[in-house]
Design a protein around this ligand. Structure first.
Ligand SMILES: [Zn+2]
Length: 411
């Protein structure tokens, strides 16, 4: 039988609707988790799910599910991603994963296809971690990686608490609504890197997710007036921090090409032009496919940073904010993604993800896989993030085909 294809014009309408909810200049989106924009998008998504005949429920983490009943009560196939974004995010990211799952359901309805297993589509809460750190709180809570108490007590920068904010937007519901069991989980997402585009390949069959660590480094020196204090008498936290950051970059350049380091956040106190910085806190994001190489890099850098702090007579504290090992997805799901791409005649290759995704924690919960779509210039988490219509159409078709096959799996 020829593979079914989705209704792209209909899917495009949902993408365009979503692109307006939290719209910022230059085609960007700012839809932070549990914000009023997130609330508005969730309400629309809920309506779409109800219109598609799905049985909708929300769990205690704010994860939303829509269930399409199958012929049996066997464990369902679960498909989805997240609708929240970074503060200067793009309109594709996880949004495509949720909206392509919805479109696939609508297509199954069009053709009146009954699958053997039920299918549940899902929107996970706070995937980005832009407002409440760490990321992946909804999927991590579901997979048992984070306790309910831990998730509920997360605070944003205004000290607003996850639990209250979730209740405030009307999406704090019952623990009994959590996904209990699943046959498999499949997530479509943009690649957020340049590999597919460079090789002109349409579909990525994702093999797993690179391990990563989020280290926080606190440098405490002594404040003072920028004028009267002679240079040799200073304990300037900023000068110490910047030499540490430069060292981290140099060491990374010496390592193999798979290692990446990013200093994405830097807080300076007091943060005035004419004040010697008293305290600087910065983050270091470290990723590598090999967990041992990542861990060794961090241990060695920590030792060097302590020496550098001692030389400059500043205090140094480090804290590991978040850490996950490399995970490998289920072979059957990776294979199904490639097979569906083949059936549709689309070019495809296997690759690892350098970015974290809900699939990371869902991999601890059930057999998991992902579909990647090409990102123009490899960009994401910026307004200029772009995935072309043709790739979105093809990706959604692969998702649909893989869904039908996985949901008809009788074993
Ligand atoms: Zn994402």
């Amino acid at each position: 039988m020829k593979p079914l294809t989705i209704n792209f014009a209909r899917m495009k309408e949902t993408i365009e609707y979503s692109a307006k909810v939290g719209e910022i200049p230059n085609n960007g989106l700012c839809r932070l988790a549990l914000s009023k924009e997130d609330k508005a998008m969730r309400e629309q998504f809920q309506e779409w799910m109800i219109e598609a005949g799905l049985e909708v429920r929300v769990d205690d983490f704010g994860n939303m599910y829509g269930r399409r009943k199958g012929q049996t009560n066997l464990d369902p196939l679960v498909v989805g991603s997240h609708l929240d974004t970074q503060p200067n995010g793009g309109r594709f990211d996880g949004v495509l994963g949720v909206l392509s799952a919805l479109e696939a359901i609508r297509t199954l309805n069009d053709y009146e296809i009954e699958t053997y297993r039920s299918i549940e589509i899902v929107n996970f809460a706070n995937e980005e971690g832009a407002r409440f750190e760490p990321p992946l709180l909804g999927s991590g809570g579901l997979a048992g990686v984070f306790s309910k108490e831990y998730v509920y007590n997360r605070q944003d920068r205004d000290r607003k608490v996850f639990k209250n904010e979730l209740a405030e937007i009307g999406f704090k519901s019952d623990e009994k609504n959590r996904l209990q069991r699943a046959h498999a989980f499949l997530e479509l997402h943009i690649e957020q890197g340049p590999i597919l585009e460079n090789e002109r390949i349409t579909i990525g069959a994702v093999e797993g997710i690179k391990g990563m660590s989020w280290l926080e480094v606190k440098v405490t020196g002594e404040g003072g007036h920028a004028g009267p204090t002679p240079m040799p008498l200073r304990k300037d936290a900023m000068m110490a921090a910047t030499s540490m950051i430069a060292h981290i970059e140099r060491k990374c350049a010496d390592a193999d090409g798979d290692l990446t380091v990013t200093v994405g956040r830097l807080d300076v106190k007091p943060g005035a032009v004419n004040c010697i910085p008293e305290k600087v806190v910065f983050s270091v994001d470290v990723r590598h496919l090999d967990d041992e190489i990542r861990e060794k890099f961090i241990a060695e850098e920590k030792a060097v940073l302590h020496e550098m702090a001692a030389d400059r007579k500043v205090d140094l504290e480090t804290e590991m904010l978040w850490e996950v090992d490399t995970s490998t997805f289920h072979e059957d799901i990776i294979f199904q993604v490639s097979k569906s791409a083949e059936r549709l005649g689309y070019s495809n290759r296997r690759l690892y993800s350098g970015a974290g995704h809900d699939a990371k924690y869902m991999n601890d919960f059930t057999a998991t896989g992902m579909i990647f779509l090409s990102s123009v210039d490899g960009k994401s988490h910026v307004e200029s993030e772009l995935t072309l219509d043709d790739d979105i159409y093809k990706g959604a078709n692969v998702l649909l085909d893989a869904m039908i096959h996985l949901a008809d799996n009788k074993e």
